[in-house]
Design a protein around this ligand. Structure first.
Ligand code: AMP
Length: 218
């Protein structure tokens, strides 16, 4: 199974991706998570990416393409869910060429749709667990006990440093300008399947599973 999940920032993409990789035993290739780990580790890539990330801007395509290629190779046996990449048409073209060269092919693109008004509330309330990366939302999906992770019990849920209102505007603008055209790119290849994201997490999850089943992949 070789899938891509898309949606604007705050659509619940990360949450849904986690549920899907658990259900279908896929490797979760989240470029945001991979980059944050690189920044934390103080690697050369992390050093180059950090400024762009803090500003809510996109990391340059050539850095992303190289990074993702390595991860795809390592995940091909198990199957993967790409999350957060490609985010520009040149990235989509690069990964297409890479996949063709390495006998890989996307089975489908799952797109989570959410209205703009809902996105803002969702992003500004987002916190995550520093230990296991579980994501919560103080408005729509709070942890059972304040500041404690439901999944692993770690104390001290963190807001993301790129989640403040100004950065959000930059990220939404980057999404509209650079990432929405990627959907068009895959639509032309008849790969896109839409799911309405303005609903409970479990409902969106069930819809995603139904889409995957329709693709004949499970
Ligand atoms: P995310 O967790 O997916 O929202 O990613 C966090 C940040 O990492 C983004 O705001 C970008 O700065 C950077 N990033 C992640 N994936 C990509 C990508 N495919 N292309 C460019 N920048 C990316």
């Amino acid at each position: 199974m070789q899938l891509l999940i898309m949606g604007p920032p705050g659509a619940g993409k990360g949450t849904q991706a986690k549920l899907l990789v658990d259900k279908f035993h896929l490797v979760h290739l989240s470029t945001g998570d991979i980059l944050r780990a690189e920044v934390k580790a103080g690697s050369e890539l992390g050093r180059q990416a950090q400024g762009f990330m803090t500003a809510g801007a996109l990391v340059p395509d050539h850095l992303m393409n190289e990074m993702v290629g390595e991860h795809l190779q390592a995940s091909r046996e198990q199957g993967f869910l790409l999350d957060g990449y490609p985010r520009t048409v040149p990235q989509a073209q690069a990964i297409d060429a890479y996949m063709q060269e390495h006998a890989l092919a996307l089975d489908g693109v799952l797109n989570i749709r959410v209205s703009d008004e809902r996105l803002v509330g969702r992003i500004l309330g987002r916190v995550s667990c520093p230990a296991c990366k579980a994501v919560f939302n103080l408005e729509s999906n709070p942890p059972r006990v304040e500041n404690i992770c439901d999944s692993c019990g770690a104390v001290g849920l963190e807001g993301r440093s790129d989640d403040d209102a100004d950065t959000l505007k930059t990220r939404l603008a980057a999404y509209r300008e650079k990432t929405e055209p990627v959907l068009g790119y895959y639509r032309d290849r008849h790969l896109v399947h839409h799911v309405e994201g303005d609903r409970a997490i479990s409902e969106v999850h069930q819809d995603l599973i139904a889409q995957i089943e329709r693709l004949g992949l499970s």
